[in-house]
Design a binder for this molecule. Structure first.
Ligand SMILES: Nc1ncnc2c1ncn2[C@@H]1O[C@H](COP(=O)(O)OP(=O)(O)OP(=O)(O)O)[C@@H](O)[C@H]1O
Ligand SMILES: [Mg+2]
Length: 297
């Protein structure tokens, strides 16, 4: 009688300890050293050829990387993946995302949050937030508004500047960014489709002395490399855009060829237009984005 009671207790204890074991965090796997392998094995995403080349430059590492790819070719998507891989692989790093407005830099956070849902919550903090992603290894990715003052004073290990060519006050912003990485040997990635030539983004591609190609990784991708099956863009979309932009070839050149175009015939030069974008710095707050469909109705 006594023995069977002891046996029942033992079994009960075993059950409890198994349940506890299940709840305890398992030893976490380290993400692969190669970001392309990471996106493929952990997230089921196959990088395109030009995305692979970008990943190679990123791990090399080039400390300055500029990405001039056509619309919808996967700039933000793939760079968001690179930032995520970097944060998971490097404990206690701080990554900043800046852009023409906080809305645009927050899109990165939204995208990263979505991608993270594919991996265990043991790697990142829950619940997810709109302007910051915190990882359990102490790293974080934070979205900043278009205001150099807000990043001054931070120490960053990696900065992504999205829609760089569309961001006003480019020199002020770049200056603020470079100081945040003065002690970390941080990596700078600027991504955009081309817009105005009187912008730092243009100079990073054209001024070989200030931005020598041996130190600055420049990537240019047009619709040709980015269309299916090589890239994500539907050939039908490309044909539609070609027709839509027939009367405005400079739009096609900028958005699909990812080349700068002349804008002399424009009533308002592009750089003047870019100075008029309301930002936290010049306007007190980022202008709220109103989708085209809403404006037109
Ligand atoms: N390697 C890939 N595999 C699958 N889908 C991809 C890949 N790269 C990009 N995409 C898809 O292509 C779409 C466009 O990507 P993304 O928004 O990053 O383009 P973009 O170049 O930043 O565009 P935009 O110029 O409009 O900002 C996304 O919806 C993304 O899901
Ligand atoms: Mg984008």
């Amino acid at each position: 009688m006594k023995r069977s009671r002891a046996e029942a207790r033992r079994r009960q204890l075993e059950k409890i300890s198994k349940a506890i074991e299940k709840k305890l965090p398992k030893k976490l796997d380290q993400p692969p050293d190669n970001p392309v392998e990471f996106v493929e094995k952990w997230l089921g995403i196959k990088a395109t050829e030009y995305q692979r080349k970008l990943a190679e430059a990123f791990v090399k590492p080039y400390l300055t990387i500029v990405v001039r790819w056509s619309r919808q070719s996967g700039k933000s998507y793939f760079i968001a993946l690179l930032l995520t891989w970097y944060a998971l692989n490097h404990p206690s790093v701080v990554i900043g995302v800046v852009g023409p407005s906080l809305r645009q830099s927050k899109l990165y956070i939204q995208r990263i949050n979505g991608l993270l849902l594919r991996i265990s919550r043991q790697y990142y903090e829950w619940p997810q937030r709109k302007t910051i992603v915190r990882f359990k290894n102490g790293s974080l990715i934070e979205a900043f508004p278009n205001n150099p003052e807000t990043i001054r004073g931070h120490t960053l290990h990696l900065v992504c500047w999205t829609e760089m060519n569309f961001t006003s006050d480019d020199l002020d912003m770049y200056d603020a960014i470079s100081y945040t990485m003065a002690t970390t040997n941080g990596i700078f990635i600027g991504e955009s489709t081309p817009w105005t030539r009187s912008h730092l983004f243009y100079r990073t591609f054209t001024d070989d002395e200030a931005y020598p190609p041996s130190e600055v990784f420049r990537s240019h991708v047009s619709w040709r490399e980015a269309q299916k099956p090589k890239g994500p863009i539907e050939p039908k979309f490309i044909e539609r855009k070609r027709k839509e932009t027939a009367s405005d070839p400079s739009r096609w050149q900028r958005e699909m060829e990812a080349e700068w175009a002349e804008d002399e015939d424009l009533y308002f030069p592009l750089d003047l237009a870019s100075k008029c974008i309301g930002t936290e710095k010049n306007f007190g707050e980022d202008l709220q984005y109103i989708p085209e469909e809403v404006l037109l109705t």
